[in-house]
Design a binder for this molecule. Sequence first.
Ligand SMILES: O=C(CO)[C@H](O)[C@H](O)COP(=O)(O)O
Length: 236
Amino acid sequence: MPNFRNRESVRASLGSRSPVLMPSLLACDFANLQQEIRDIEATGVHGLHLDVMDGHFVPNLSFGLPVIEAIRAVTDLPLDVHLMIDNPAEYAARYRDAGADCITVHAEVLDDPRPLLDEIRESGAMAGLSLNPPTPLETILPALPHCDLVLVMSVMPGFGGQEFDPVALEKLSRLRDDPACDALLEVDGGVNPSTIADCVRAGADLLVAGTAVFGADDYQQRVDSLNQLARSGRDG
Ligand SMILES: O=C(CO)[C@H](O)[C@H](O)COP(=O)(O)O
């Protein structure tokens, strides 16, 4: 059984470190998964982003419960699990049992996300709600008080290596300025050295980056430079 942390402590720890780079293992070398985790952990990152895809909600398959369990067994880093699946209500509890610290579900597949967000919170995980680039921000506003995290997609989910869509910046700014929103704000897709500072300036706390991290020859150098650019967005 994983060593469960509670959502308040994970949320406080991530929030106090904002802006936080969250490497997405989708872009790592799956044939060397444990070594990749060790190498990225050694750079000093504070969490890992894990993309679960079902081939229905998104036109791609990635990995599921057994892989999350295997990752949980080899790292103590917070695991931020992004469920890109049609039926998150059927699976959320099982991802918590597998070791997820944060579970994010998509607004597009839930008529009313609030009961599921509450259930995720009651399980002890942080509850996240995500929306795709074409989905209006208005669709998630009633659920904000039930969210520990809002994940603003800056690409259509399904594949790494896509170009950043600036529509995410406007959504982040609006969320940051909304007094009803005290969730951590996360952005995912096309986050790289050219876009990361703008994301932080717009209000992002958590920055998911796959290709920009695992596509680099030197992970330490890339993580350091992304962190520096992120901090320049916060302080500049
Ligand atoms: O959610 C995702 C894909 O659906 C990935 O997390 C995202 O694409 C990150 O990859 P990259 O940094 O290469 O854009």
